[in-house]
Design a protein around this ligand. Sequence first.
Ligand SMILES: Cc1cc2nc3c(=O)[nH]c(=O)nc-3n(C[C@H](O)[C@H](O)[C@H](O)COP(=O)(O)OP(=O)(O)OC[C@H]3O[C@@H](n4cnc5c(N)ncnc54)[C@H](O)[C@@H]3O)c2cc1C
Length: 238
Amino acid sequence: MPTPSYQVTCTKKALIAPGVYELHFSRPEGMTFKAGQFVLFDVPLAEDPADIQTRAYSIASSPSEKDLLFCVKLKAAGRASLWIEILLQQGSTIRMQGPFGLFLLKDSDPAHVCVATGAGVAPFRSQIKWRLEDMKDTRPMILLFGVRNPEDFFWLEDFEFLANTHENFVFYPVLTGTEESWKGLRGRVQQHLPRILAAHPEAGIYICGAPEMVKDVKETCLNDFEIPKIRLHAEGYI
Ligand SMILES: Cc1cc2nc3c(=O)[nH]c(=O)nc-3n(C[C@H](O)[C@H](O)[C@H](O)COP(=O)(O)OP(=O)(O)OC[C@H]3O[C@@H](n4cnc5c(N)ncnc54)[C@H](O)[C@@H]3O)c2cc1C
């Protein structure tokens, strides 16, 4: 069966952190997806709209939310980055295909440990919200969300709300930078895994973000913490 394609309308565009846009699109009638999946947008070249290439973006809204939500970290001179920053406006329409992907939290895991940096938190927003609010999942769920500076965080209120209303969900924002006033966890996200894994030794580990970070965290898990490959799941934002 061919992958469904839809014409969607941008209903909101907002800068939510330096270089990070939150995008809302109308959800097409009948479109279904699983939490953690992504879509492909047809992205035109700014200087030649007939020149189209696709770019992948994880759906950050949960399958029960009305609109489709995304977050995009701009890349210098990137095709989609320029399109989002300059051309995309509320009311713009674009072709989208999907959903695609198998980056889904497994029902067979006794606990879920999610590790994200930057925009890599997108599929986890969808997955965690869906599991807690819709599936009423009571298994332990942990999110480590790393950025460089405090102003690079976004959606903190969403994750803090979920953590305050569900005792099985623990949220750790982690800072790699040196901001002195920061009271939370510091360092690279993987530094905090041993303590979490000591409490949840059989957890599935899910990693999402820039490809270098994903590779790094995976290697640390495999080589230093000797976690079996079968428990590691990753989505690199190539
Ligand atoms: C499954 C999946 C899900 C994803 N989900 C998200 C998400 O939710 N949020 C998100 O922010 N990203 C996500 N990504 C990444 C996203 O698809 C894009 O790769 C990213 O937004 C950059 O796209 P772009 O068109 O702006 O940059 P591109 O045009 O692809 O360029 C990327 C970088 O390479 C440089 N470059 C391009 N061409 C050249 C060249 N010829 N020589 C030298 N440098 C060059 C550009 O300047 C730019 O800095 C996801 C990726 C995958 C695979």
